[in-house]
Ligand binder design. Structure first.
Ligand code: ATP
Length: 359
Protein backbone atom coordinates (compact mmCIF):
# COMPACT_ATOMS: atom_id res chain seq x y z
CA UNK A 1 0.00 0.00 0.00
CA UNK A 2 1.46 3.42 -0.89
CA UNK A 3 1.78 6.27 1.62
CA UNK A 4 -1.38 8.03 0.48
CA UNK A 5 -3.63 4.99 0.61
CA UNK A 6 -2.53 3.95 4.06
CA UNK A 7 -4.99 5.21 6.63
CA UNK A 8 -7.37 6.38 3.92
CA UNK A 9 -10.97 6.00 5.10
CA UNK A 10 -13.57 4.62 2.73
CA UNK A 11 -16.90 6.43 2.79
CA UNK A 12 -20.11 5.34 1.06
CA UNK A 13 -22.23 8.34 0.06
CA UNK A 14 -25.99 7.89 -0.35
CA UNK A 15 -27.71 11.24 -1.01
CA UNK A 16 -31.17 9.61 -1.27
CA UNK A 17 -34.23 11.73 -2.07
CA UNK A 18 -35.47 15.31 -2.09
CA UNK A 19 -33.16 17.80 -0.44
CA UNK A 20 -30.75 14.95 0.37
CA UNK A 21 -29.66 15.25 -3.28
CA UNK A 22 -28.94 18.94 -2.76
CA UNK A 23 -27.29 19.04 0.66
CA UNK A 24 -25.07 15.96 0.41
CA UNK A 25 -23.13 17.24 -2.66
CA UNK A 26 -22.31 20.35 -0.61
CA UNK A 27 -21.14 18.21 2.30
CA UNK A 28 -19.01 16.14 -0.08
CA UNK A 29 -17.34 19.25 -1.53
CA UNK A 30 -16.57 20.45 1.99
CA UNK A 31 -15.04 17.09 2.95
CA UNK A 32 -12.84 17.23 -0.15
CA UNK A 33 -11.81 20.83 0.56
CA UNK A 34 -10.86 19.90 4.13
CA UNK A 35 -8.07 17.66 2.83
CA UNK A 36 -9.29 14.65 4.83
CA UNK A 37 -7.71 11.41 3.65
CA UNK A 38 -10.87 9.72 2.35
CA UNK A 39 -12.14 7.83 -0.69
CA UNK A 40 -15.78 8.55 -1.48
CA UNK A 41 -18.05 6.17 -3.40
CA UNK A 42 -21.57 7.20 -4.51
CA UNK A 43 -24.65 4.99 -4.35
CA UNK A 44 -27.96 5.98 -5.96
CA UNK A 45 -30.22 4.11 -3.54
CA UNK A 46 -33.49 5.99 -3.18
CA UNK A 47 -36.88 6.65 -4.76
CA UNK A 48 -35.67 7.09 -8.37
CA UNK A 49 -33.76 3.81 -8.23
CA UNK A 50 -36.74 2.05 -6.64
CA UNK A 51 -39.26 3.40 -9.17
CA UNK A 52 -36.95 2.45 -12.05
CA UNK A 53 -35.86 -1.04 -10.98
CA UNK A 54 -38.17 -2.00 -8.11
CA UNK A 55 -35.08 -2.41 -5.91
CA UNK A 56 -34.70 -0.65 -2.57
CA UNK A 57 -31.46 -2.24 -1.37
CA UNK A 58 -29.47 -4.42 -3.79
CA UNK A 59 -28.93 -8.03 -2.64
CA UNK A 60 -26.13 -8.12 -0.09
CA UNK A 61 -26.13 -4.31 0.12
CA UNK A 62 -25.80 -3.97 3.87
CA UNK A 63 -23.10 -6.66 4.08
CA UNK A 64 -21.21 -4.82 1.33
CA UNK A 65 -21.42 -1.51 3.25
CA UNK A 66 -20.21 -3.17 6.46
CA UNK A 67 -17.37 -4.95 4.67
CA UNK A 68 -16.08 -2.35 2.23
CA UNK A 69 -16.58 0.97 4.04
CA UNK A 70 -15.50 2.70 7.23
CA UNK A 71 -18.54 5.00 7.33
CA UNK A 72 -21.68 5.92 5.40
CA UNK A 73 -22.87 9.47 4.68
CA UNK A 74 -26.60 9.59 4.02
CA UNK A 75 -28.95 12.41 2.94
CA UNK A 76 -32.65 11.66 3.42
CA UNK A 77 -35.31 9.29 2.12
CA UNK A 78 -38.95 9.97 1.31
CA UNK A 79 -40.67 10.84 -1.95
CA UNK A 80 -44.36 11.64 -2.56
CA UNK A 81 -44.32 9.24 -5.56
CA UNK A 82 -43.69 6.29 -3.23
CA UNK A 83 -46.82 6.38 -1.12
CA UNK A 84 -45.87 3.41 1.07
CA UNK A 85 -42.45 4.91 1.81
CA UNK A 86 -41.20 1.33 1.52
CA UNK A 87 -37.82 2.34 0.11
CA UNK A 88 -37.16 4.73 3.01
CA UNK A 89 -38.08 2.02 5.48
CA UNK A 90 -35.94 -0.62 3.84
CA UNK A 91 -32.90 1.57 3.28
CA UNK A 92 -32.81 3.74 6.40
CA UNK A 93 -34.38 1.48 9.00
CA UNK A 94 -32.62 -1.41 7.25
CA UNK A 95 -29.24 0.20 7.89
CA UNK A 96 -30.10 1.01 11.49
CA UNK A 97 -31.53 -2.43 12.27
CA UNK A 98 -29.54 -4.82 10.09
CA UNK A 99 -26.20 -3.12 10.73
CA UNK A 100 -27.24 -2.86 14.39
CA UNK A 101 -26.44 0.87 14.65
CA UNK A 102 -27.94 1.09 18.08
CA UNK A 103 -26.81 4.54 19.23
CA UNK A 104 -28.33 7.51 17.48
CA UNK A 105 -26.15 10.40 18.59
CA UNK A 106 -27.66 13.86 18.15
CA UNK A 107 -25.56 16.78 19.41
CA UNK A 108 -27.55 19.93 20.19
CA UNK A 109 -25.39 23.04 20.01
CA UNK A 110 -26.29 26.66 19.49
CA UNK A 111 -23.81 28.26 17.11
CA UNK A 112 -25.16 31.79 17.40
CA UNK A 113 -27.64 33.45 19.78
CA UNK A 114 -29.59 34.79 16.79
CA UNK A 115 -30.59 31.23 15.80
CA UNK A 116 -32.37 30.45 19.06
CA UNK A 117 -36.04 31.35 19.45
CA UNK A 118 -35.58 31.70 23.23
CA UNK A 119 -34.57 35.05 24.66
CA UNK A 120 -31.34 35.63 26.60
CA UNK A 121 -29.81 32.32 25.52
CA UNK A 122 -26.14 32.33 24.51
CA UNK A 123 -24.24 29.63 22.57
CA UNK A 124 -22.56 28.47 25.80
CA UNK A 125 -26.03 27.75 27.24
CA UNK A 126 -26.96 25.05 24.74
CA UNK A 127 -24.43 22.25 24.44
CA UNK A 128 -26.01 18.89 25.12
CA UNK A 129 -26.43 15.59 23.33
CA UNK A 130 -29.38 13.26 22.92
CA UNK A 131 -28.63 9.53 22.67
CA UNK A 132 -31.59 7.81 21.11
CA UNK A 133 -31.99 4.03 21.15
CA UNK A 134 -32.06 3.22 17.47
CA UNK A 135 -33.01 -0.43 16.94
CA UNK A 136 -36.08 -1.14 19.09
CA UNK A 137 -39.23 0.52 20.42
CA UNK A 138 -42.22 1.15 18.18
CA UNK A 139 -39.99 1.29 15.09
CA UNK A 140 -39.76 -2.51 14.97
CA UNK A 141 -43.26 -2.36 13.43
CA UNK A 142 -44.72 -5.10 15.60
CA UNK A 143 -48.51 -5.22 15.83
CA UNK A 144 -51.46 -5.38 13.54
CA UNK A 145 -54.96 -4.29 12.72
CA UNK A 146 -58.06 -6.38 13.36
CA UNK A 147 -61.53 -5.80 11.83
CA UNK A 148 -60.13 -2.96 9.75
CA UNK A 149 -62.66 -0.47 8.44
CA UNK A 150 -65.39 -1.54 10.85
CA UNK A 151 -66.59 0.25 13.98
CA UNK A 152 -64.93 -2.59 15.95
CA UNK A 153 -61.48 -1.97 14.46
CA UNK A 154 -58.54 -2.66 16.78
CA UNK A 155 -55.02 -1.34 16.09
CA UNK A 156 -52.08 -2.59 18.11
CA UNK A 157 -48.58 -1.07 17.94
CA UNK A 158 -45.99 -2.92 19.98
CA UNK A 159 -43.20 -1.16 21.86
CA UNK A 160 -40.26 -3.57 21.99
CA UNK A 161 -37.68 -3.07 24.75
CA UNK A 162 -35.05 -5.74 25.36
CA UNK A 163 -32.76 -5.95 28.35
CA UNK A 164 -29.77 -6.03 26.00
CA UNK A 165 -30.99 -3.08 23.93
CA UNK A 166 -31.80 -0.88 26.90
CA UNK A 167 -28.59 -1.70 28.72
CA UNK A 168 -26.26 -1.03 25.82
CA UNK A 169 -27.70 2.43 25.01
CA UNK A 170 -27.66 3.44 28.68
CA UNK A 171 -24.09 2.24 29.02
CA UNK A 172 -23.21 4.09 25.81
CA UNK A 173 -24.60 7.27 27.41
CA UNK A 174 -22.38 6.93 30.48
CA UNK A 175 -19.34 6.11 28.36
CA UNK A 176 -20.13 9.07 26.11
CA UNK A 177 -20.41 11.33 29.15
CA UNK A 178 -17.10 10.07 30.49
CA UNK A 179 -15.19 10.47 27.23
CA UNK A 180 -16.59 13.69 25.72
CA UNK A 181 -16.15 17.22 26.94
CA UNK A 182 -18.28 20.26 26.21
CA UNK A 183 -17.34 22.74 23.53
CA UNK A 184 -15.79 25.05 26.13
CA UNK A 185 -13.53 22.20 27.25
CA UNK A 186 -15.28 21.51 30.56
CA UNK A 187 -16.06 17.86 31.31
CA UNK A 188 -19.53 16.37 30.90
CA UNK A 189 -20.93 15.14 34.20
CA UNK A 190 -24.64 14.32 34.05
CA UNK A 191 -26.70 11.61 32.33
CA UNK A 192 -30.45 12.10 32.28
CA UNK A 193 -32.72 9.20 31.36
CA UNK A 194 -36.05 10.22 29.87
CA UNK A 195 -39.07 7.91 29.77
CA UNK A 196 -42.79 7.77 30.49
CA UNK A 197 -42.61 5.08 33.15
CA UNK A 198 -45.58 6.49 35.04
CA UNK A 199 -47.86 5.50 32.14
CA UNK A 200 -45.83 2.87 30.26
CA UNK A 201 -45.04 0.87 33.36
CA UNK A 202 -43.70 -2.35 31.82
CA UNK A 203 -41.20 -0.83 29.39
CA UNK A 204 -40.49 2.10 31.71
CA UNK A 205 -39.85 -0.30 34.57
CA UNK A 206 -37.11 -2.02 32.58
CA UNK A 207 -35.50 1.33 31.68
CA UNK A 208 -35.68 2.43 35.33
CA UNK A 209 -34.10 -0.75 36.69
CA UNK A 210 -31.31 -0.86 34.11
CA UNK A 211 -30.57 2.85 34.53
CA UNK A 212 -30.23 2.42 38.28
CA UNK A 213 -27.92 -0.57 37.88
CA UNK A 214 -25.65 0.93 35.20
CA UNK A 215 -25.45 4.37 36.84
CA UNK A 216 -24.10 2.63 39.95
CA UNK A 217 -20.96 1.76 37.99
CA UNK A 218 -20.23 5.43 37.22
CA UNK A 219 -19.88 7.16 40.58
CA UNK A 220 -18.28 10.29 39.09
CA UNK A 221 -21.33 10.96 36.86
CA UNK A 222 -24.64 12.18 38.27
CA UNK A 223 -27.71 10.24 37.16
CA UNK A 224 -31.04 11.99 36.74
CA UNK A 225 -34.51 11.08 35.50
CA UNK A 226 -37.30 13.04 33.84
CA UNK A 227 -40.61 12.06 32.31
CA UNK A 228 -40.70 12.96 28.64
CA UNK A 229 -43.50 15.51 29.04
CA UNK A 230 -41.61 17.34 31.80
CA UNK A 231 -38.44 17.22 29.73
CA UNK A 232 -40.16 18.96 26.79
CA UNK A 233 -41.24 21.76 29.09
CA UNK A 234 -37.80 22.07 30.70
CA UNK A 235 -36.06 22.11 27.34
CA UNK A 236 -37.91 25.30 26.46
CA UNK A 237 -37.85 26.78 29.96
CA UNK A 238 -34.14 26.26 30.64
CA UNK A 239 -32.02 24.29 28.14
CA UNK A 240 -28.87 25.15 30.15
CA UNK A 241 -29.55 22.28 32.55
CA UNK A 242 -28.99 19.45 30.03
CA UNK A 243 -25.77 17.55 29.40
CA UNK A 244 -26.30 13.95 28.15
CA UNK A 245 -29.87 12.70 27.59
CA UNK A 246 -30.60 9.03 26.90
CA UNK A 247 -34.01 7.80 25.79
CA UNK A 248 -35.93 5.34 23.66
CA UNK A 249 -36.42 5.41 19.91
CA UNK A 250 -39.66 7.37 19.71
CA UNK A 251 -39.05 9.88 22.48
CA UNK A 252 -35.61 10.47 20.97
CA UNK A 253 -37.18 11.21 17.60
CA UNK A 254 -39.58 13.72 19.10
CA UNK A 255 -37.33 15.55 21.53
CA UNK A 256 -34.56 15.97 18.96
CA UNK A 257 -36.92 17.87 16.65
CA UNK A 258 -37.73 20.09 19.61
CA UNK A 259 -34.02 20.41 20.34
CA UNK A 260 -33.33 21.22 16.68
CA UNK A 261 -35.72 24.15 17.12
CA UNK A 262 -33.38 25.51 19.81
CA UNK A 263 -30.40 25.47 17.48
CA UNK A 264 -31.93 27.10 14.42
CA UNK A 265 -34.26 24.47 13.00
CA UNK A 266 -33.98 21.14 11.25
CA UNK A 267 -31.53 22.49 8.71
CA UNK A 268 -28.84 22.87 11.39
CA UNK A 269 -28.96 19.48 13.14
CA UNK A 270 -26.46 16.64 12.68
CA UNK A 271 -26.58 13.00 13.73
CA UNK A 272 -24.66 9.74 13.77
CA UNK A 273 -25.99 6.18 13.88
CA UNK A 274 -23.27 4.32 15.68
CA UNK A 275 -22.23 0.85 16.74
CA UNK A 276 -18.78 1.16 18.30
CA UNK A 277 -16.21 -0.71 16.23
CA UNK A 278 -18.55 -1.26 13.26
CA UNK A 279 -19.25 0.72 10.08
CA UNK A 280 -21.47 3.57 11.26
CA UNK A 281 -23.82 5.86 9.38
CA UNK A 282 -24.12 9.65 9.56
CA UNK A 283 -27.13 11.70 8.42
CA UNK A 284 -28.60 15.15 8.96
CA UNK A 285 -31.61 15.08 11.30
CA UNK A 286 -33.96 16.52 8.68
CA UNK A 287 -35.93 14.46 6.19
CA UNK A 288 -36.28 14.84 2.41
CA UNK A 289 -38.52 17.96 2.76
CA UNK A 290 -40.48 17.53 -0.51
CA UNK A 291 -42.04 21.04 -0.39
CA UNK A 292 -38.65 22.73 -0.77
CA UNK A 293 -36.82 20.04 -2.76
CA UNK A 294 -35.16 21.01 -6.06
CA UNK A 295 -35.42 24.75 -5.34
CA UNK A 296 -31.92 25.46 -4.01
CA UNK A 297 -33.54 26.49 -0.70
CA UNK A 298 -32.43 23.72 1.67
CA UNK A 299 -29.93 24.58 4.38
CA UNK A 300 -26.82 22.44 3.76
CA UNK A 301 -25.27 23.11 7.20
CA UNK A 302 -26.94 20.16 8.94
CA UNK A 303 -25.39 17.87 6.32
CA UNK A 304 -22.02 19.67 6.47
CA UNK A 305 -21.94 19.44 10.29
CA UNK A 306 -22.86 15.76 9.91
CA UNK A 307 -19.84 15.32 7.64
CA UNK A 308 -17.67 16.94 10.32
CA UNK A 309 -19.11 14.58 12.92
CA UNK A 310 -18.31 11.62 10.67
CA UNK A 311 -14.73 12.79 10.10
CA UNK A 312 -14.24 13.23 13.85
CA UNK A 313 -15.55 9.68 14.36
CA UNK A 314 -13.04 8.46 11.77
CA UNK A 315 -10.16 10.15 13.57
CA UNK A 316 -9.87 13.30 11.42
CA UNK A 317 -10.40 15.78 14.25
CA UNK A 318 -8.36 18.58 12.64
CA UNK A 319 -10.48 18.52 9.47
CA UNK A 320 -13.68 18.33 11.54
CA UNK A 321 -12.59 21.36 13.59
CA UNK A 322 -11.90 23.30 10.41
CA UNK A 323 -15.34 22.52 8.98
CA UNK A 324 -17.19 23.38 12.19
CA UNK A 325 -15.29 26.67 12.48
CA UNK A 326 -16.22 27.56 8.89
CA UNK A 327 -19.92 26.86 9.49
CA UNK A 328 -19.78 28.92 12.67
CA UNK A 329 -18.31 31.84 10.76
CA UNK A 330 -20.90 31.49 7.98
CA UNK A 331 -23.65 31.70 10.58
CA UNK A 332 -22.09 34.73 12.27
CA UNK A 333 -21.67 36.55 8.94
CA UNK A 334 -25.14 35.48 7.73
CA UNK A 335 -23.69 33.59 4.75
CA UNK A 336 -26.60 31.22 5.09
CA UNK A 337 -29.82 30.03 3.54
CA UNK A 338 -33.14 31.78 4.18
CA UNK A 339 -34.41 29.43 6.89
CA UNK A 340 -31.85 30.94 9.26
CA UNK A 341 -32.02 34.46 7.97
CA UNK A 342 -29.41 34.66 5.21
CA UNK A 343 -29.73 35.49 1.51
CA UNK A 344 -27.97 32.46 -0.02
CA UNK A 345 -29.14 29.33 -1.82
CA UNK A 346 -28.06 25.79 -0.94
CA UNK A 347 -25.19 25.78 -3.43
CA UNK A 348 -23.97 29.26 -2.56
CA UNK A 349 -23.98 28.60 1.19
CA UNK A 350 -22.14 25.32 0.58
CA UNK A 351 -19.63 27.06 -1.68
CA UNK A 352 -18.95 29.72 0.96
CA UNK A 353 -18.04 27.02 3.48
CA UNK A 354 -15.92 25.19 0.87
CA UNK A 355 -13.89 28.35 0.21
CA UNK A 356 -13.46 29.01 3.91
CA UNK A 357 -12.34 25.45 4.62
CA UNK A 358 -9.94 25.42 1.67
CA UNK A 359 -8.09 28.55 2.88
P1 ATP B 1 -38.99 12.82 8.15
O1 ATP B 1 -40.27 12.16 8.50
O2 ATP B 1 -38.22 12.13 7.09
O3 ATP B 1 -38.16 13.22 9.34
P2 ATP B 1 -40.42 15.27 7.98
O4 ATP B 1 -41.55 15.34 7.01
O5 ATP B 1 -40.70 15.12 9.44
O6 ATP B 1 -39.37 14.19 7.49
P3 ATP B 1 -38.54 17.13 6.97
O7 ATP B 1 -38.60 16.54 5.63
O8 ATP B 1 -37.27 17.01 7.69
O9 ATP B 1 -39.67 16.60 7.89
O10 ATP B 1 -38.88 18.67 6.90
C1 ATP B 1 -40.02 19.33 7.41
C2 ATP B 1 -39.91 20.79 7.01
O11 ATP B 1 -38.80 21.40 7.70
C3 ATP B 1 -39.59 20.97 5.55
O12 ATP B 1 -40.74 20.96 4.74
C4 ATP B 1 -38.87 22.29 5.53
O13 ATP B 1 -39.79 23.36 5.56
C5 ATP B 1 -38.10 22.28 6.83
N1 ATP B 1 -36.74 21.77 6.62
C6 ATP B 1 -36.27 20.53 6.85
N2 ATP B 1 -34.98 20.42 6.52
C7 ATP B 1 -34.61 21.63 6.07
C8 ATP B 1 -33.38 22.18 5.56
N3 ATP B 1 -32.26 21.44 5.46
N4 ATP B 1 -33.37 23.46 5.17
C9 ATP B 1 -34.46 24.23 5.26
N5 ATP B 1 -35.65 23.78 5.73
C10 ATP B 1 -35.73 22.50 6.13
Amino acid sequence: MDQQNSGRKRIAVIPGDGIGQEVIPQAVKVIQASGANVALTDFDWGADHYLRDGVTVPTGGFAMLARDFDAILVGAFGDPRVKTNIHAKEILLGMRFKMDLYANVRPVRLLDAALCPLKDVEPKDIDFVVLRENTEGVYTDGGGVFKQGTPDEIAIQEDINTRKGVERIIRYAFEYCRSHSKLDGSPRSNVLMCDKSNAMTHAGGLWQRVFKEVSGEYSQITAQHMYVDALCMQMIRDPRQFDVIVTNNMFGDIITDLAAGLQGGLGMAASGNIHPGKTSMFEPVHGSAPPIAGKNLANPFGAILTAAMMLRHLGSAREADKIEAAVLEAVRLKKTTQDIGGPLGTREAGEWVVEKVRR
